[in-house]
Write a protein that binds this ligand. Sequence first.
Ligand code: ADP
Length: 521
Amino acid sequence: MTPREPAIRSLLLRRIPGAPSAFLAAGTSALLATAISWTAFGPRQLADAVMVYLLSIVLVSLRFGYGPSLLAAVLSVLCFDFFFIPPLYTFAVHDLSHVVTFGVMFLVALVISNLTQRVRAQAESAEQREQRTAALYALSGELAAAKRVEDISQIATRHLFDALGLHAMLLVPTSDRSKVRALPGQNSGLSNNEPEANVAQWVWDHERPAGLGSDAVSSSFKSYLPLLASRGRVAVLSIGSRDPARLQSPEIREYLAAFANQIASAIERTDLASEAEWAQLQMKTEQMRSSLLSSVSHDLRTPLAVVTGAASSLLEDTIDATTRRELTETILQEALRLNRLVRNLLDMTRLEAGAVRVNKEWQPLEEVVGSALNRMEDALAGRQVVTDLALDLPLVPLDAVLIQQLLVNLLENALKYTPQGSPIEIRAGVRAGGVEMVVADRGPGIPAGEEQRVFDKFYRVSGAQGGGVGLGLAICKGIVMAHGGQLFVSNRAGGGAEFHIYLPVDGEPPSPEAPDPVEEI
Ligand code: ADP
């Protein structure tokens, strides 16, 4: 492109003034050309005067278009005759060869006007194409970042409106892919307009455009395009316009087709991504199921074998009272262990399935700690339990049942993994934006490098005693996360593990209701 081209193009594309002023400017330009030619050349240099007139006509046609340039041509011929052709200052012509000059001048003016008109049209359509390519480019950029069909629909709708002033809507297939419907939360206007809904369905079924501007059902108010990607149909795009003629313009339809392709590919990409995610999830679930099965079958079988063995020994007549008591105690222990295992499994499944609803209420921490200790009273007998709860503890928004379960799990672990008689501590204090509880013991602590992994499902430190499937801490983590808090473990100076539970305190507890004013009697 030469440097002059943009200048000419911008002249061509500048807004053309309204008709009266354009014709006025055309007249003025003829008069101006006359004044310049007269001053510069006088009536003797006719060829030069003709050039000035032609130049003025070119400028008028560049700037104002066809009609004004015709007026400029007629006026130029008349002025040329009046001021330059003898006899001067009359429209009479004595020398007939001048008539030819007029004719040629008029013809050249016509040709120039025609040419500039065509160039103008080309420049305009090039400009439009450029704008639409830029819009398509912007669309593809935004679509590339979209992760859900809802986002794609919103981006496509906005771009179609900005670029073409069209009202678009995405109709997506139902789960069995037999029908199309608007995305939830969008008003397609189709639910109460059966004929239009039928057109959209027809487009989905036949994978062909229909409605306004197409061969099928052209009586419809809107245009419907099937969105086809490499693996087949993915959705239907419905397009409406205040000016229905626009939807029939081949240029707009071409642009819409490009648009539809982009949207279809974006939807297919999100479909593929969610399929891959689903496959990944299936794989993980499969892995989890097999690891669950192997650990559960082991952990269920061991206590069951012990219970069966002990129970059959009890049936024998020869055993003395002491052994009988020991066997009964063994059965009780193993039954309790089984009970804990099943409870943990159930809790985890419910947490995973999102079935556990966090029922937050403003509660004093002291109460929750107190009820967890009550629940563990028998198990904790013979242990020194030190509680150190700060006096300035605020009320905390928490689900008392879940947090109690969390403390019970941590206390059970402290009992299981620490030497008999060693002390257990429960501390609580205020920490930035919330409260922190600590459950600490004087056991072996957590081996270095495994502080994170102990919270994984089915993870047990190798050689861990006490029986369990590695779910207790995973459940604790799930509970704390559901409260928007944090849970981590560290080892204490002097030995032992320290579990830190941070719970945020957002908002204000409800103020106690003002007492009813005492009625005066
Ligand atoms: P489980 O107790 O069923 O094995 P958990 O998820 O409760 O499962 O615990 C995971 C692992 O973390 C346990 O196997 C144990 O080795 C370790 N652990 C948990 N609590 C403590 C503790 N207080 N002291 C030392 N190790 C612990």
